[in-house]
Each structure stands twice: as C-alpha cells, then as structure tokens.
Design a protein around this ligand. Structure first.
Ligand code: KG4
Ligand code: ZN
Length: 365
C-alpha cells in the first residue's frame, strides 16, 4: 500500500508568489490543506506588463512569508512534509531562481527531499487533483501566457498537438480591452461588456481556421479589432458604450470559435487513442470565460466525452498544482537534489517543434 504524502508546493514563475500544502492518501481524492497566493498585479500596473526584475525581487521578499502562511493555514510544520516541490521552469528566470533557491534552503535545513516541477505539468496535471481524471486525457491550457493542446499520457509524458504561434488568448483579451478603453485584466471586462453586445456586429477574422492542424494565432485578430476601433473613432469621433459592447462580443465570439474548432480537431486525434474514460480538460485564466467554457462543454457533450474545468483559483497560477505534481512525481521516484536548476524554457513535449516568440511569461515553452 502506497503511503499518504503531504507536500509543500512553491510557485514563482511569473507574477504570483504562491505556496500550498496538499495531502494525498491513496484511494482518496487529494486534499488541498492550504493554497496561498500573493498576486503582483499592482506592482506591475504602471508598466503595462510584468517587469522581470520587479517580479524577481518581489518573489524573493514574499516567498518565505507565503511558505509560513501555507504551513500555518494547514496547521502543519516543515517537519510534517514528506517533500518540497518547486516550479523549476519554464518562466521568468529571476522568479524561478528565487523559488528554487528558497526550496533548496528549506530542503537543506529540514533534510526533506526536493522535487522540481515543470510549471506546465502543474497546470496539465490539475484535472487529476480536482477531478481525478485518468490518463490519457486532452487538455487545453489557455491563459495570459500559455495556449496549447496536450494529450496527457502519464505524469511525465505529454504530447503537444499544437498551440498559438504568437499571442496567448489572455494577452489578446488584455490588449483588446486596453484599445477599446476597458479596464485590466481584459478578459473579465470584455466578458462583462459582451453581455450587452451583438457578436455579429463586426466581422472579425478566425485566424488559421483555414489551415490544417492545431496551431492558433491571435495577433491578427487583435489587429483587426484595432482597425475596427480606428474606423469607428474616425467616423464618430469616439467609442460609445454600445460600440465597446459590440466589439467585445464580436472579439469574444471569434476567440471562442477558434478555440472550439481547434479543440474539435484535437479531440478527433485524441479519440483515435480509444481512451477508456475519454475527457477534455481546460485550464488557465481564460478558462474562466463562460462563453468559452459553454462552447467547449457543448463540443464534449456532442462527442460523449467528459468535460472538466478546475475552479478559477486552480486555473490561474497557484502552488497547489505544484504540490500535486510533486506528489505524482514523488510516487514515481522522480526526486531531485541540490543540483536542481532553474530553466527559462522547458517544453513539456521535448519532441514537439519549439514555439516561437515570447509572452508575458518570457520565452514560449
Ligand atoms: O492563468 P492566468 O492567471 O495567468 C497566466 O498564466 O497568464 O491568466 C490570466 C489571463 C489574463 O490575460 C486575463 O485577461 C485572462 O486570463 N482572463 C480571462 C477571463 N478571466 C481571466 N479571459 C477571458 N475571460 C475571462 N473571464
Ligand atoms: Zn501558468
């Protein structure tokens, strides 16, 4: 009988400093004993994006505070942990290094094993933490920094079918919100404004739908939204609230169509594996969007496939997913030592071609 495991998880790869404690008794659903997140949004607000140096400094200042808070909320001490899991990449290197150094210090001081976790594996394994999905399942990671389809075959084997070749959808939501005068973060403001808008009012493109495969592009859609705004401003001298609503609805519909159609294709590929318990999961901040969730859920239903989307707190960056991935790795004997290094780029599927460019999180994985 495998042992009950309790792990501390640490996450600092972008603009959230997070620590959590997760416990798993075999045969029972895992328990999140604490999940503490310090978001840095306010620190970067004046700069129009995440400033890596500010992020790294803030992580270094807040990591120990968050670790203490996570242990206190769980009612446990470091001595009660079986191991310490930490994001070792991919992400903004200063932040990842801060987390790895903190975890090494804790491991050295307490004599506990260290488990280095790929941040993307943290997201991709979350459906097993929240819904106990069985392998293989299809997952769409869609946030401000990520956008990719993966088939999760096992704790260590992920097959990337495709992803964005430029912006992540969350980035596009944020940029379009900014250019039509809606507050940040853009996703929730666009979703709110879209409720009063007509999604047919502006014809925006559905990039790459005419091309085979699973790759996506959102930067052309953003430019089309910019042109539409400029045309309205030239014609009327500004944007009315109804224009903001109509553009929001049209933009959201375009993103939803692209994600849904590409998911349909990915699903076809996934179903050729004849999974025992077929499931599609979606994770990441954009997975909070109800229109996108509804559309993906409907697609899954049409194919008789289970659909799961974690609660928002576990969609966005957090350390519970790192502690959980750490538990999964620990059970397989995948334990690190003091040679663990921070990696800015760390694709989950090493065989897939490298993704181009960089986003909110630094180099695309
Ligand atoms: O996962 P996350 O917290 O951080 C990253 O890993 O990037 O995702 C944040 C992104 C932001 O771009 C935000 O605008 C987007 O998720 N987002 C949404 C919604 N809520 C957050 N996008 C569309 N609709 C939403 N309701
Ligand atoms: Zn993330």
């Amino acid at each position: 009988m495998a042992q009950t495991l309790t792990l501390l998880g640490i996450e600092s790869s972008c603009d959230d400093t997070a620590a959590a404690v997760v416990r798993h008794a075999p045969g029972h659903p895992p328990e999140i004993l604490s999940n503490e997140v310090f978001g840095q949004t306010d620190l970067h607000a004046d700069f129009g994006g995440v400033v890596p140096e500010i992020a790294a400094r803030a992580h270094a200042e807040k990591l120990d505070v968050m670790v203490e808070a996570a242990l206190a909320t769980a009612g446990l001490t470091l001595a009660d942990m079986d191991a310490i899991a930490v994001t070792a990449g991919p992400g903004l290197i200063g932040g990842v290094m801060s987390g790895v150094m903190c975890a090494k210090g804790l491991a050295a001081g307490s004599g506990k094993p260290l488990v280095g976790v790929n941040h993307l594996a943290g997201h991709a394994l979350t459906p097993r933490l929240t819904d106990q999905l069985e392998f293989p399942y299809l997952i769409l990671l869609v946030s401000g920094g990520h956008c990719q389809f993966l088939i999760a075959h096992s704790v260590t084997e992920f097959q990337r079918l495709g992803g964005t070749i430029d912006d992540a959808p969350g980035e596009a939501f944020d940029k379009v919100a900014k250019l039509i005068g809606l507050p940040q973060p853009g996703g929730p403001s666009i979703e709110q404004a879209a409720k009063n808008g007509d999604s047919q009012s502006h014809k925006l493109p559905r990039p790459l739908l005419d091309r085979e495969g699973y790759d996506m592009s959102f930067s052309g859609l953003k430019t089309a939204a910019l042109r539409t705004r400029d045309a309205l401003v030239a014609e009327q001298g500004g944007l009315h609230p109804q224009d903001q609503a109509n553009l929001s609805a049209s933009f959201q519909a375009a993103v939803t169509d692209v994600l849904t159609e590409k998911t349909r294709r990915a699903l076809t590929q996934y179903l050729t594996l004849e999974p025992k318990a077929p499931a599609i999961a979606v994770a990441g901040g954009v997975a909070a969007n109800q229109a996108i969730r509804d559309s993906l859920s409907e697609l899954a239903e049409q194919h008789g496939v289970r659909f799961t989307a974690p609660p928002l707190k576990l969609c966005t960056d957090n350390a519970a997913m790192i502690a959980w991935a750490g538990i999964e790795q620990y059970r397989l004997g995948l334990i690190d030592d003091m040679t663990l290094t921070a990696r800015p780029r760390w694709p989950l599927d090493a065989a897939a071609p490298a993704m181009l460019g960089s986003g909110k999180k630094g180099a695309k994985a």
